[in-house]
Design a protein around this ligand. Structure first.
Ligand code: ZN
Length: 313
């Protein structure tokens, strides 16, 4: 049934093929990754982070991301996003044709050193160089360049992360040339009050239009509550992972993005328009399960099913 166009639109950004796959030890073959992306786009998902531009010897699960980006670009109406840890990754991502590139900036400097072996100042230099590279591209090939404020809600290595440092980092990243920043609960430490507070503080510092998305994990069971808090603050892009696959390999104990199927159910039940067909989305799990038979897939909606007579509100 066609959706009412008056419903508020929320963009679900599927990060399973990147965040999910890089955190599981099994390697999904490139053909299966293509099938996953194609099936999820066919279910109505309009943005997918298909991979990360890191050397295959560092994260072998991400080998072939350039080919996957080129493949995904041919899918109509799909925004193809990729993670880039540095300038070199950004060069490769732009060459492959990514529509959107994101660099993770760990607000915890200890996490930054462990994750990308760079200090904050060194990361800002990378961001500046990437922003220049993006600006040099012909307009139609220029990707949207975003920085994710990783460990914004706390760090498994440093513990609490100060709001002031998150805000200052956001300001530095925008000043260095990012079009936008996102808040990332890399470690699954966030709570809804903190989500509201940080969104308000960062938006007050850089502008509402420069913080439109959040990346949440469900490590401690409050992922959907955090998503709801973000929605109430006016956030319009939510990252999630099919089957809850995912986590951060450099944040010990942090596993499980919020589950795309459960998030889409909550949003559609509330009357938001995601453009996603839930039964079709649930069938995408078969693609992932066939390729990674030993990995657990999570989700309440896949287990319990949709409520009898469920319809978009
Ligand atoms: Zn994550």
């Amino acid at each position: 049934m066609p959706e009412a166009s008056s419903s508020p639109q929320i963009l679900i950004s599927e990060v399973g093929p990147r965040d999910g796959l890089q955190s599981v030890s099994a390697i999904m073959p490139l053909e299966a990754r293509k099938a996953w992306v194609a099936a999820e786009a066919a279910a109505g998902v309009r943005e997918i982070e298909v991979g990360s531009f890191v050397p295959a010897k560092v994260i072998p699960q991400m080998a072939g991301t350039a080919e996957l980006v080129a493949y995904a670009r041919e899918i109509p109406d799909l925004t193809v996003a990729a993670l880039v840890p540095n300038l070199r990754g950004a060069q490769d991502a732009i060459e492959a044709g990514a529509h959107k590139i994101s660099i993770p900036f760990s607000v915890s400097e200890t996490h930054s050193l462990k994750n990308v072996r760079r200090t904050h100042d060194q990361m800002i230099e990378q961001v500046r160089a990437i922003a220049e590279l993006v600006a040099q591209q012909p307009e139609e090939q220029r990707p949207h360049f975003e920085a994710g404020l990783s460990t914004a809600f706390g760090c498994t290595l440093e513990g609490p992360v100060s709001d002031d440092l998150v805000v200052r980092s956001a300001e530095r990243l925008i000043e260095a040339g990012c079009a936008e920043v996102g808040l990332s609960d890399t470690t699954g430490y966030a709570n809804p009050a903190q989500v509201r507070r940080l969104i308000r503080k960062v938006r007050a510092a850089v502008g509402d239009d420069k913080l439109t998305g959040v990346h949440l994990h469900n490590t401690r069971g409050v992922g959907l509550a955090n998503a709801l808090a973000a929605l109430d603050e006016g956030i319009t892009t939510l990252d999630s992972s099919l089957g809850g696959l995912g986590g951060c390999p450099f944040a010990p104990g942090a596993s499980g993005n919020i589950v795309t199927e459960d998030l889409v159910f909550m949003l559609e039940a509330m009357g938001y328009d995601t453009g996603i067909d839930i039964p079709a989305l649930m069938k995408v799990r078969d693609v992932v399960r066939d390729a990674l038979p030993d990995e657990p897939l999570y989700g309440f909606i896949p287990d319990a099913g949709l409520p009898l007579g469920f319809a978009h509100a």
